[in-house]
Design a protein around this ligand. Structure first.
Ligand SMILES: C[S@@+](CC[C@H](N)C(=O)[O-])C[C@H]1O[C@@H](n2cnc3c(N)ncnc32)[C@H](O)[C@@H]1O
Length: 261
């Protein structure tokens, strides 16, 4: 699903990662601004840093940290390394499991990554290798129960449900926050600190960002997965929905904070 050599998939992911930061980050900042461990952190590991846009935007607001991004997609890491300002950060093409464990960070982040992995417990253990006692792990992932369309867009809602089932059939759980809470008793290194949900709406200038992002999401499922679907039909329905001036879509983010023992 993530780009290695396929240029169409790379273009889709590069743009979607930017759009999703642009419409979500203003809401996420409310969390960061209240998180003392984040405000005090000097070294940050962003696991699955993609095209580096999230680090770029975060570092503009929080320039007092050194950011390290790791990602298994070589072309996305290339894009990250070529961003203006990227020399201040470190980007490495590696999977989390292969990342050299000799460095510890004040904060480790997993944003929109765990939903794509088939072993969340192993990922948490891998993150613990880069954490000293007191390190904070910030997990930001989808919270699908907040997803809503007004007026309804049944075709896109049905595609989302099919995608959730498709991912579940490959042991990928989109309800990452609940999965972590269930797993915690078996995690010796991580202690639960907080969980909250953010509701992000497409009102105002975000309308066009949502419109483009979910058009690309349809393309992504068509070119990047084996999910068999009537894509032209859902694309038509979404394009029509986007022309409704008062139409509003909401999506949710789950923000889970763990602290290393
Ligand atoms: C949905 S994107 C999120 C990118 C970025 N965190 C953001 O929020 O914009 C997920 C990223 O995780 C990367 N990824 C997936 N599995 C990984 C793994 N095991 N180790 C490192 N990166 C991984 C993918 O290549 C992709 O760039």
């Amino acid at each position: 699903m993530f780009p290695q050599g396929d240029t169409r998939l790379l273009g889709v992911w590069d743009r979607m990662q930017q759009l999703q930061v642009d419409f979500c980050l203003p809401f996420e900042l409310a969390f960061y601004d209240r998180c003392s461990a984040w405000l005090e952190a000097r070294s940050v590991l962003d696991v699955g840093s993609g095209n580096g846009y999230y680090i770029e935007q975060l570092s503009k607001r929080f320039p007092d940290k050194h950011y390290t991004g790791i990602d298994l997609s070589a072309p996305l890491v290339d894009i990250a390394r070529n961003r203006p300002g990227s020399v201040a950060h470190t980007f490495q093409c590696t999977s989390l499991s292969n990342f050299d464990g000799s460095t510890e960070f004040d904060v480790v982040m997993l944003r929109l990554v765990l939903q794509h992995l088939d072993d969340i417990a192993q990922a948490l253990e891998d993150c613990a290798r880069h954490s000293a006692a007191g390190t904070t792990l910030i997990v930001i992932d989808a919270f699908d129960s907040f997803r809503a369309f007004d007026p309804p867009c049944d075709e896109l809602a049905a595609l989302f449900d099919a995608f959730r089932r498709h991912q579940a059939s490959q042991l990928r759980n989109r309800d990452v926050g609940s999965a972590i809470e269930r797993l915690l008793p078996s995690q010796t290194r991580w202690e639960f600190a907080s969980r909250e949900q953010l509701r992000i709406s497409s009102h105002g200038e975000r309308h066009r960002l949502f419109a483009e992002n979910y058009a690309l999401f349809i393309d992504l499922l068509e070119v990047g997965t084996t999910l068999d679907w009537d894509y032209p039909k859902v694309r038509d329905a979404w394009n029509r929905w986007c022309t409704i001036p008062w139409g509003c879509m909401q999506v949710g983010l789950d923000v889970v904070r763990l602290v290393a023992r």
